[in-house]
Design a protein around this ligand. Structure first.
Ligand SMILES: [Zn+2]
Length: 248
């Protein structure tokens, strides 16, 4: 596998060039493009979340624990002073982080489900929903966030595959084909679950018009996709966002 430094520097290069091109085409202002650059760079490190005790794994679990801690304290039906809020948040954060670490080390397999195109798409659609629901971004910006997640993630998987080919191109290491794969067949129950989860998520995604337009410019026919794109009428995420006081 390519190492952390390689992933970081290639991720920065690809994301910044794409953000610059997007800025050039007027897809967003300088501020938005900086955010997209950052998101793309983080996504290019994300697949190695499945490497035990790697930087991406520890970073992601820290962030996730912080999110859980924050939401947990916010949902408690008490009025806290800033200090109490901070202490409680920190406590729940630390406990959640420990539990997550144990679960991750126990269950996650390197180069399994996290190194697949399916996971890349699931995370991209999730990020579009997050940008739309929790950060009140426009439909186009939400899908741009998804695009940069996909870009960073695919950059990582491609680099991993390249690293498994011998420099002279004669010999192929055993890890070839374990990074850039559509789905993880070894872990088919998880893959099957992810496919169902993706269909469920698509129904909550922002309006697909920008995605369809993008596919169209690439010459990919979109009539079928437009007809079969699921839309659920009950907006689960927005309801939860309101309950937690995060969205409008
Ligand atoms: Zn990797």
């Amino acid at each position: 596998m390519a190492n952390f430094k390689t992933h970081l520097s290639v991720g920065i290069t690809v994301s910044s060039l794409t953000a610059l091109a997007g800025y050039d085409r007027g897809l967003g202002d300088a501020d938005q493009m900086q955010w997209l650059f950052l998101i793309g760079t983080i996504a290019s490190l994300l697949p190695d979340i499945d490497v035990k005790q790697s930087k991406p794994m520890r970073g992601a679990l820290m962030l996730f624990g912080a999110g859980i801690g924050y939401l947990a304290v916010r949902t408690l039906p008490f009025q806290f002073t800033t200090l109490e809020f901070g202490v409680l948040w920190l406590l729940i954060w630390l406990v959640a982080n420990q539990i997550l670490q144990v679960l991750f080390i126990r269950f996650v397999v390197h180069r399994g489900i996290w190194h697949s195109l399916l996971m890349a798409v699931v995370l991209a659609v999730s990020s579009a929903i997050t940008a739309d629901t929790f950060f009140a971004q426009s439909t186009q910006m939400s899908w741009l966030v998804a695009g940069f997640i996909l870009l960073g993630y695919l950059t990582h998987l491609t680099l991993d595959e390249l690293a498994s080919v011998d420099v002279r191109g004669n010999r192929v290491k055993r890890s070839f084909g374990t990074a850039l794969k559509p789905i993880s067949l070894r872990n088919w129950p998880a893959s099957l679950f992810l496919i169902g989860w993706l269909y469920f998520l698509l129904g909550f995604a922002p309006h697909p018009a920008p995605v369809l337009a993008g596919l169209n410019t690439l010459g990919i026919p979109t009539t079928w996709v437009a007809q079969h794109w699921p839309r659920w009428s009950f907006n689960y995420w927005q309801t939860w966002g309101r309950v937690l006081g995060l969205s409008r």
